[in-house]
Design a protein around this ligand. Sequence first.
Ligand code: PRP
Ligand code: URA
Length: 209
Amino acid sequence: MPVHVTSHPMIQHKLTVLRRKETPPKDFRELVVEITTCMAYEATREFHLREVDIETPLMKARLKGVIENGIIIMPILRAGLGMVDGMLRLFPDARVGHIGIYREHDTLKPVEYYCKFPQEMEGDAIFLIDPMLATGGSACAAIEFMKTRGIPGSRIKFLCILAAPEGVAAVEEAHPDVDIYVAAIDSRLNEQAYILPGLGDAGDRMFGT
Ligand code: PRP
Ligand code: URA
């Protein structure tokens, strides 16, 4: 599946402000929400609509409306939580599951610690969200986990704000059936597997830890 880079000027502008080390947690959180909403527009470009009967003040009309699929938002804890409101602005009726995964500090391997999925997700479109795709370990583990629950990769769209080429390659190789939407792919990872130039630790900047 292709990697979609949402290069819209306003997303790029907001991303640059997000990266600045002076940007405080309050602004950081707001920017993450705004960027996520903009990215969600792009990621839903192919969605199907169905015809609905409505009445305008002037006449009855059959027009395109309500998206057919149900929408599931699946943030990877904890930084993915910051993107949930951005998604809900577009899909107020979406259901939200949670996958708790953190990157172990020394080994950089993903560790799962929490999982709560909505019931009956058959046919729903699933947005896995996490602002950062570095080595790809966390995203691959989350997708693997979803697949073991019977969710096909073709229904999963992974939305991240910033990625390293290494992480994109890892997800593409392990899960070629998953679409990736990203606002920017940076140049590389450093020795601690932080994205360069990046924005630092997204969770820490979001929650002030
Ligand atoms: C960050 C980020 C991703 C992960 C990306 O989370 O939000 O989940 O790192 O790195 P990877 O691609 O190498 O797996 P972190 O592990 O720092 O946990 P946190 O959200 O709780 O801070
Ligand atoms: N996780 C982050 O929060 N930032 C990075 O640069 C890499 C992983």
